[in-house]
Ligand binder design. Structure first.
Ligand SMILES: [Fe+2]
Length: 251
């Protein structure tokens, strides 16, 4: 009986996500490993809206040997989704950038002075391989800053190398990366090591940004889970998150 009431009380107070701007997701239809079609995209956007997201910057992958997205593929998919949202009456501000894998293809884009797709102003979202950190990360970062961009590094808590070297997160920050934690890492969605690393990063105020990295319905279910939402609030409740203007001022 006691447990029943306790559970019920918890169900009443999970609340919304502790941020209203999402800077990392794969909700655009049919261009990466995220949403496969417009119906799924619409359901994912509705889910984000129901969790309190009012501004969403979609970030499809650009990975040389898998998803060679560019401005045309991304903005065509964005327009499709915007139109579907307008027709469905979902009032959310949608825009798009990309999640750039820091691979040879990315270096080629930099060398060719291709304009990169930015989250806001000159901020780009980047990722590295989960299993092996590029040896020339320093050099790549120099190339990014020389081209006038400020890089966010997505989900640092998921990279195996850094999970075993937590002090490396401070170094990444000092190098000039702005760290963005996936909120689902806090709930253990990506395993215990990523969970521990996410807590370390956030408890030490090393990441001003969090994101959903929403790809599919399983992510949405985990984001909507009442216990998880209470946990997100407990860990992040007092922090100023996802204020891109502030991030730029301090970058
Ligand atoms: Fe992502």
């Amino acid at each position: 009986m006691f447990n029943f009431f306790k559970k019920k009380e918890k169900d009443i107070i999970p609340g919304l996500l502790p941020f209203s701007t999402d800077i990392h997701s794969h909700i655009l239809p049919g261009i990466d490993d995220g949403s496969p079609d417009i119906d799924t995209s619409l359901q994912l956007v509705q889910g984000l809206y129901d969790l309190g997201i009012r501004r969403s910057i979609a970030t499809p992958h650009i990975i040389g040997d898998m998803y060679r997205n560019n401005a045309s593929t991304i903005f065509a998919a964005l327009e499709k989704l915007k139109e579907a949202c307008a027709n469905a009456g979902i009032h959310i501000e949608l825009s798009a950038a990309a999640e750039y894998m820091l691979d040879d293809y990315f270096l080629e884009l930099l060398r060719n002075n291709e304009p990169l797709l930015t989250i806001q102003d000159n901020i780009i979202l980047t990722e590295i391989s989960y299993t092996s950190t590029p040896e020339n990360l320093d050099e790549i970062l120099n190339g990014i800053t020389a081209a006038g961009y400020v890089p966010i590094l997505a989900h640092p808590e998921r990279y195996h190398y850094f999970q075993q070297n937590l002090s490396g997160y401070q170094q990444l920050k000092e190098m000039g990366f702005i760290l963005q934690v996936n909120i689902l890492s806090l709930a253990g969605y990506y395993g215990k090591r990523a969970q521990k690393a996410a807590r370390f990063i956030l408890d030490n105020d090393l990441a001003p940004l969090v994101g959903t990295d929403l790809h599919h319905h399983r992510h949405l279910e985990a984001l909507s889970n009442a216990d998880n939402r209470i946990l997100f609030r407990e860990v992040l409740g007092d922090k100023v998150l996802n204020d891109l203007d502030l991030v730029l001022k301090t970058a």
